[in-house]
Design a protein around this ligand. Structure first.
Ligand code: S3P
Length: 167
């Protein structure tokens, strides 16, 4: 089985995904890392040198390649992944999708404590601009995230909650 974790940057997809994979004895795949390996370029460099539109095409291609390569795995997707092309439908067809719905205030708090230069959509923004960007982006993306099969809400989502959903 493929399990896709969806949600905004900073919603815990990678951290929870790693833990979930470990507990289920599944392979863990981070879609962004997979793209970086395939392209031999960082996500930041892909955005900077080729632009977001090209990144989204590469993201979709990586998603398809991953589905072919891993019959079962826990996949942490990039925050925008479900929101381009028919990616959410594609993931729903090929696996179980779980939306980690973390409040913007918590996401912002977490992201501000990380290295923002690695996040091309947030780099060079002030705290106020980041808050506004996150709120607007989430409002646009919810229509896609909400198509996930499962949704967990809150600032402290745990692996145990995800496992309970899957049982
Ligand atoms: C993005 C989120 C990032 C990465 C890229 C774009 C987005 O992944 O795919 O910077 O559009 O929200 P994370 O959600 O893993 O940070």
């Amino acid at each position: 089985m493929l399990i896709f974790l969806l949600g905004m940057m900073g919603s815990g997809k990678t951290t929870l995904g790693r833990q979930l994979a470990q507990q289920l004895s599944y392979t863990f795949v981070d879609l962004d890392e997979y793209i970086e390996q395939r392209e031999q370029k960082s996500i930041a460099a892909i955005f900077e040198e080729l632009g977001e539109e090209t990144f989204r095409k590469k993201e979709r291609a990586a998603l398809e390649a991953l589905v072919q390569k891993f019959p079962s795995a826990v996949v942490a997707t990039g925050g925008g992944a479900p929101c381009f092309f028919d990616n959410i439908k594609y993931m729903n067809r090929h696996g179980l999708t779980v939306f980690l719905a973390v409040p913007v205030s918590e996401i912002s708090h977490r992201l501000l404590a990380t290295n923002l230069s690695l996040r091309p959509l947030l780099a060079n923004k002030s705290e106020a601009e980041i808050n506004l960007f996150l709120a607007k982006t989430l409002a646009n993306r919810n229509q896609f995230y909400e198509q996930a099969k499962y949704k967990l809400e809150g600032s402290a989502i745990t692996v145990a909650q995800i496992i309970e959903l899957l049982n």
